[in-house]
Design a protein. Structure first.
Length: 93
């Protein structure tokens, strides 16, 4: 049996439906490319099977061409650029 370590990401602010602990849920993709939520506190598992995960990933990572970004996404992007690169991209020096 393979015991391959898969990347697991904690879901910030997520509450476990079983034990009600916050920030104990991790999310990862299993061998069948299903998105699995798992609680590291009580062992609760929830497999998402009905087409949700792919759409979620696509929307978050790659905004569709021609589709306007949500206003709050645009805002976050601008703030990040200003915060992380203070004057780094200036060409008018
Ligand atoms: Zn739990």
């Amino acid at each position: 049996m393979n015991d391959v370590k898969k990347p697991k990401r904690f879901i910030a602010g997520a509450v476990c439906p079983r034990c009600s602990e916050m920030d104990k849920l991790v999310m990862y993709v299993d061998e069948q490319q299903r998105q699995v939520r798992e609680c590291v506190s009580c062992g609760y598992q929830d497999v998402m099977t009905d087409g949700g995960p792919e759409e979620l990933t696509t929307r978050v990572n790659q905004p569709r061409a021609g589709e306007k970004p949500l206003s709050h996404e645009d805002e976050v992007q601008v703030v990040n650029i200003l915060d992380t690169n203070p004057g780094a991209n200036r060409k008018d020096h």
